[in-house]
Write a protein that binds this ligand. Sequence first.
Ligand code: NAD
Length: 426
Amino acid sequence: MTEEPSKTKTTVYDNVVKQFNKAADLMGLDPDVRKILARTNNEIVVNFPVKMDDGRIEMFTGYRVQHNNALGPYKGGLRYHPAVDIDEVRALATWMTWKGALTNIPFGGAKGGIQFDPCECTCSEMERITRRFTFALGCNIGPEYDIPAPDVNTNAQIMAWILDTYVSTQPPHERQANVHVVTGKPVESGGSLGRDKATGQGVVYTIEEWAKDKGFDLNGATYTVQGFGNVGCWVARLMKQHGSKLLAVEDASGAVFNPDGIDPDDLLDYARKNKGLISGYPKAEPINHRVLLETKADIFIPAALENQITAKTAPLLNVKLVAEGANGPTDPDGDAILHKKGFDLIPDILCNAGGVIVSYFEWLQNKRSEFWDLKEVDGKLHKKIVDAYERVRNTARKFSTDWRTAAYVVALSRLETVYKERGIFP
Ligand code: NAD
C-alpha cells in the first residue's frame, strides 16, 4: 500500500496502510499478493432520493466498499453516521478482510454506510432511507456475494427492512432462498440466538484469555468503557458476570463515573428511557472526556469510533490492558505510546471478531434451515475466538512483535497461501 504524499490530514485509511505495511515488511509478504491486498476490489457510491415525512425530497449518499473476496463472499456492517465517507468505509472494509482471514471463516471483507445523522430522522424516514439504499445497491449485495450486518447506528430492525426489500425485488420462486442476504436479523426473521451479544461476548472471551495468560483475577477488576451501544453495553453486562467493576462510561451524550461501580444493567434501563443515552444517569457523577481517559482502571474498552487513542490521548491512559471493541480506535501514534508504556493491547481484528463469527453462524443456519440453541452458538464462538487468540499470541512471540502486527501476520499469511495456491486468472 502506498501513502499519498500530497495529503496533509491523516485519515483512517492511512492507519490501515501503516498497519498493513508494518506487518507485510516483517513477514516478507509476497510482493504480488501485497499489490493485490493493497487495493479494494470495488467501491460503490450511490446517490438516491428519499421522501421525508413532510413531503420534501432529500438526496442521500450511500457507500459499499468490497475490499477482497478471496476467502468467500464479501461481509461487513453498515454504518449510519454523519462522518461516513469513502475513506472510512474503505478502512472498515479492509479490516473486515483481515478479520475473516484471522478467525478462519469463509468470508472476505466489505463495509458500507450512509452519510447522515439518524438522530434527525423519524422511524418511518429511517425505514424509507434503508429500503431505498438497499434498492440502489441492487445486485451489488446478495446472500452468496456480499452480506451486510449491523454497525454503528444500525440494528436488527434495519437488517429486517433490508431483508424484506431485497427479497421483494427477487423473482417469487427465489425469495425464500435469500434470507441470508443479511445477518444480525431479529431472531424471528431468521437471526441467530446470541448474535445481539456476539461482539461483546467475543471481547470478553479475549479478555478472559488475557487474564488467564497473566494470572489476573477478573473478579474485582476495574474497567472503563467508551461507547454504550451494542458492543459497549454487552461487554459491560458480561464483565459484570465476572464480578468486575465498571468505573466510568462514555457515550455520544457525555461520560459518567462512580468509584463504587456502575451497574451496567441499571444504566441500560436508564438509557432505554433516555433515547438510548447515558447523560443524566443519577447514580454516577458526570465527568468530561479527559477524566474518563485518565481514570485509573485495569482495563479500558473503547467501543465507539475510530481514532480515539492517539498521540494526544494515549499518554492519559492509566490501565493494564486496552481491549479494542471498536474498529480502529487506536491510531499508529497511539499504538506506539501504549507499547512504550508497557500496556497490553488486544487488537480490534481479534477482539471484536465475535460479531462476524456469529454472523457466519447465522448465515450457515439460514443456508441449512437450522436453528442452533444459545449454548451451541456460544460454544462455537468461544472455540473460534480462543483459536485465533492463540494464533496471535504465538505469532507475536515468534516475530517478537506487538499483537496488532501479529494479528495482521496471521491474517495475511492465510491470504498469501490462498493466492499462491490458486494463482491469478487467466
Ligand atoms: P452502536 O451504534 O450500537 O453504539 C455506538 C456507541 O458509541 C453509542 O453508545 C454512541 O453514543 C457512542 N458514541 C458515538 N460517538 C461517540 C463519541 N464521540 N464519544 C463517545 N461515545 C460515542 O454501535 P456498535 O455496533 O456498538 O459499534 C461500536 C464500535 O464497534 C464501532 O467501531 C463498530 O464498527 C464496532 N463493531 C461493531 C460490531 C457489531 O456487531 N455491532 C462488530 C464489530 C465491531
